[in-house]
Design a protein around this ligand. Structure first.
Ligand SMILES: *[C@@H]1O[C@H](CO)[C@@H](O)[C@H](O)[C@H]1NC(C)=O
Ligand SMILES: *[C@@H]1O[C@H](CO)[C@@H](O)[C@H](O)[C@H]1NC(C)=O
Ligand SMILES: *[C@@H]1O[C@H](CO)[C@@H](O)[C@H](O)[C@H]1NC(C)=O
Ligand SMILES: *[C@@H]1O[C@H](CO)[C@@H](O)[C@H](O)[C@H]1NC(C)=O
Ligand SMILES: *[C@@H]1O[C@H](CO)[C@@H](O)[C@H](O)[C@H]1NC(C)=O
Length: 263
């Protein structure tokens, strides 16, 4: 190994703050509609109830079922114009406006614990109507690409759901997933050996529901980058051997545990 020529390159990719929800509706015959709503963490979600003729409404009920928690309920009775908070205690989940005008529910800001099922049931004099929402909370991963001596490690940390990593040029690399059981996020890491091959630059592509990213690196030289949306923030660090020890202290624990897995 020629340590003197050793380059270490590190690209850290920080996603720009994006807050949005996306909704997909699956109407089924009858009085039932299933919706999938995907929200990036910290976004504001507004879940509406079935559109019905308001004078026919008797009672509106929201049932909220979060993972590993008992269901909780809140309700509005039109004849007495009374709202019941029920046993829903999360202060981030409220009526979106005055329930006597619009019984939509609001989750603001969406947290990772808000993954779950939310059902609006409206009992009217003409029958019962249901809108069920499956709320999926998305967390963009933090992406890093590190290379030393022909080995490149691409990591998408603490994303939800898990990101997918691929390489250009294509290569069979060692991938592993580490779930954080506590909060549902997953860290995916892919380690590639390029040593001995006549490859000048490699790029790692991370695809995730919150967006796709591509980081590129020149093997054993330095870094070039491509494919960044303008608003995102990228830190690039190139270090020659003289600074190796200092950098190892900083990032060794985080990035170099797995480089020996290389086939
Ligand atoms: C939400 O509903 C779906 C489909 O009915 C079910 O598979 C899932 O387990 C439910 N989630 C929770 C948190 O109850
Ligand atoms: C709320 O009340 C319902 C019915 O009364 C009960 O089944 C559920 O466990 C309660 N949920 C919580 C969070 O206390
Ligand atoms: C319902 O009650 C709220 C206050 O609790 C009041 O502002 C609103 O005007 C009432 N609506 C109707 C239709 O009586
Ligand atoms: C999930 O847990 C991991 C490990 O404890 C932490 O690094 C990450 O920031 C957490 N993510 C969220 C969105 O809470
Ligand atoms: C991200 O990449 C996947 C496949 O790698 C593709 O299906 C998806 O459409 C891409 N998403 C965006 C927003 O470009």
């Amino acid at each position: 190994m020629k340590f003197v020529n050793l380059w270490i390159s590190l690209i850290l990719y920080i996603f720009s703050r994006q807050e949005y929800c996306r909704e997909l509706q699956f109407p089924s015959p009858g009085f039932y509609t299933f919706n999938v709503i995907s929200c990036v963490m910290d976004a504001k979600a507004v879940l509406s109830c079935p559109p019905v003729l308001w004078p026919s409404v008797l009672v509106v009920t929201w049932e909220i079922v979060l993972r590993e928690k008992p269901p909780c309920f809140r309700a509005y009775r039109r004849d007495t114009n009374q709202t019941t908070r029920g046993n829903c205690t999360d202060k981030r989940i409220t009526w979106a406006s005055r329930p006597d005008e619009n019984p939509a529910l609001q989750v603001d800001p969406v947290a990772i614990t808000h993954d779950g099922n939310y059902t609006c049931q409206i009992i009217t004099s003409d029958g019962n109507f249901h809108y069920e929402y499956h709320l999926q909370v998305l967390v963009p991963p933090e992406v890093t690409l590190v290379q030393t001596e022909g080995t490149a490690v691409c990591k998408a940390a603490a994303g939800k759901p898990a990101a997918q990593i691929s390489w250009i040029p294509e290569r069979d690399c060692v991938s592993e997933q580490k779930p954080y059981w506590g909060n549902g996020t997953v860290t995916v890491q892919s380690t590639c050996c390029w040593g001995g091959r006549h490859v000048i630059a490699v790029s790692c592509s991370v695809s995730h529901l919150t967006g796709n990213k591509s980081l590129s690196i020149e093997l054993d030289k330095g870094v070039r980058t491509l494919g960044f949306p303008g608003s995102d923030f990228v830190i690039i660090l190139c270090v020659k051997f003289s600074l190796l020890l200092v950098i190892l202290v900083f990032v060794g624990f985080l990035y170099f545990q797995r480089t020996n897995d290389c086939r």
